[in-house]
Design a protein around this ligand. Sequence first.
Ligand code: CP
Ligand code: NVA
Length: 313
Amino acid sequence: MSAVIPNSHFIDLKDLPAEVLRNILDTAKCWKAARTSLPKGAVDDGAPLAGHTLAMIFEKSSTRTRISFEMAMQQLGGTSVVLQGGSMQLGRGESVADTARVMSRYVDAIMVRANEHDTVLELAKEGSVPVINALTDRSHPCQLIADMLTLEDHFGDMTGRKVAWVGDGNNVATSFIEAAVRFGFSLTLACPDGFLPSEAALAWAKAEGGDIALTNDPVAAVCGACAVVADAWVSMGDEDVDARMQALRPYQVNSALMDHAADDAVFLHCLPAHRGEEVTADVIDGPRSLVWDEAENRLHAQKAILAWCMGKI
Ligand code: CP
Ligand code: NVA
């Protein structure tokens, strides 16, 4: 068994060159195609992560991320340990730095869903194994590898195509902005004042030459878009629920809005969804919705991310 040679951390798409992200995405595509007829728990040919263990820390709830990472390690021939942040000494005040140093002695990689982005950065700085950001208040980069896989499976090359983000300029929106730059698609975000995307992410995208536009008008945003993307109006950790509901109400993705998008436009949502809020049931459960493929693709995306972090691709 070869020793683990950490490749790198997977913290934000902006930190990684386009070629690395392309390698991860192409690997995900290839490994997805290679195991279509296998039971879900069967190990892939060659067991790329045999002998490797991933620790997952959850400071926030999760369904897709938790299960897809656990099954990803199973399919890659490795193992995983799931930890709730609140049940660790971390939840009683042990420092992130000490936690990182100790965990690095036990496991080959750490995945973390953290309340604060700085927790992920600190784990990466103080630990000695790869760290994967599985959602923070800043970003959700793993989601975007799955979303790109979903879009490329459906449309092929996304270069130059227009995608519309409608709703809160939240953590997933930040990762969409970074994905647009790294994968070369055009992104228009329609967000209300007060819930605009991160100024830092927009400034970074502009400096990188990204094709990113911002508007308050959902119809203008979706016009000509091949994909319309929504997310919850209230993310985990948000407390200003009433203000969000009021400001975001005009940003619902419904059939009338989808009719302004391209004729072949699809709908994406990272889930969990709130029917009747950010999206109507007829859209998310209708023929244009790719949300179940998108959810499945979390698994395939995660496998490639893990393999890259651990130096296997
Ligand atoms: N999309 C996503 O990250 O889902 P979970 O919160 O269920 O992990
Ligand atoms: N923006 C949402 C995404 C959930 C997967 C949140 O942070 O709660």
